[in-house]
Ligand binder design. Structure first.
Ligand code: DGL
Length: 272
């Protein structure tokens, strides 16, 4: 396997850029090919069989770019399709759920962990399953927070409306006394400050995006696949593909990165 080959990262849309951003920070020499399924987002309200079909198409597309490893940035895909597609490819592939669950287990002091995510992620109960595999004594409380995704995409990251909705979503798990909260959706790290204000100092927020980037670095080291150095500028290291509306993706990416990305290319993902 060529160490200079890119890492493939994909998501249902723009949100996975929070994971790509962490990968860029943690392993800055690596090239990245990012795919955002902006034509078919959201995945969070879709069935497992649809999500599995979309995931297989995207992996097929990423394989045409000769990626050496894949990061599933989408929590919903990590929850519902990753275990199955893992068996079908022969390069390393990691999702965001296991790294997030692992850190939450290590950081809770009172054994009560809250998980927020899309409807599909919460329905799958996958965070609780991983948490209980690590430590069956821990308690988990899940809550689907479907309104956060559109609010984040509208740019309402620090808005009283988002804050009020956060209070309603989180009040019952706070009453149950959680001391750790997993932000189990690509978009939530962007409202981290607001979530922190809502849950208070006593609750530790876990960002699976960060933990996943750290995990990808470990995998590359372990597999001897780390790219040794790079000479190109940041924007030339990264390629972006979307299934619809490249301009919108570019605006979002530019708002969360410290450099301007090259214009994303549009791909007809249904062909894969
Ligand atoms: N990327 C999705 C996730 O992390 C959120 C957006 C969607 O529903 O597709 O679960």
């Amino acid at each position: 396997m060529d160490k200079n080959a890119p890492i493939g990262i994909f998501d249902s849309g723009v949100g996975g850029m929070t994971v790509a951003r962490e990968v860029m920070r943690q392993i800055p020499d690596e090239r990245i090919v990012y795919f955002g399924d902006t034509a078919r987002v959201p995945y969070g309200s879709k069935s497992s069989s649809t999500i599995l079909r979309y995931t297989r198409q995207i992996i097929k597309f990423l394989m045409t770019k000769n990626v050496k490893a894949i990061v599933v940035a989408c929590n919903t895909v990590s929850a519902l399709a990753l275990e199955e597609v893992k068996q079908e490819i022969d390069i390393p592939i990691i999702g965001v759920v296991k790294p997030g669950a692992f850190v939450a287990c290590n950081s809770t002091r009172n054994g009560k962990i809250g998980v927020i995510g899309t409807e599909a992620t919460i329905r799958s109960d996958v965070y609780s399953k991983f948490i209980h595999e690590i430590n069956p004594e821990l308690q988990t409380v899940g809550k689907a927070c479907p309104l956060f995704v559109p609010l984040v995409e509208e740019g309402l990251w620090d808005d009283p409306i988002t804050e009020e909705i956060a209070r309603r979503y989180l009040s019952s798990m706070l009453e149950e006394g959680i001391d750790t909260l997993i932000m189990g959706c690509t978009h939530y790290p962007l409202i981290r400050k607001l979530l922190k204000r809502t849950v208070g100092e006593g609750v530790n927020l876990v960002n699976p995006a960060y933990e996943t980037a750290v995990q990808m670095r470990r995998v590359l080291e372990w597999e001897d696949l780390m790219r040794e150095e790079h000479s190109e500028k940041a924007e030339d290291q990264y390629e972006f593909y979307v299934s619809d509306f490249p301009e919108r993706f570019q605006n979002f990416a530019d708002s969360i990165l410290t450099f301007q990305i090259h214009a994303p290319s549009q791909v007809n993902i249904e062909e894969y």
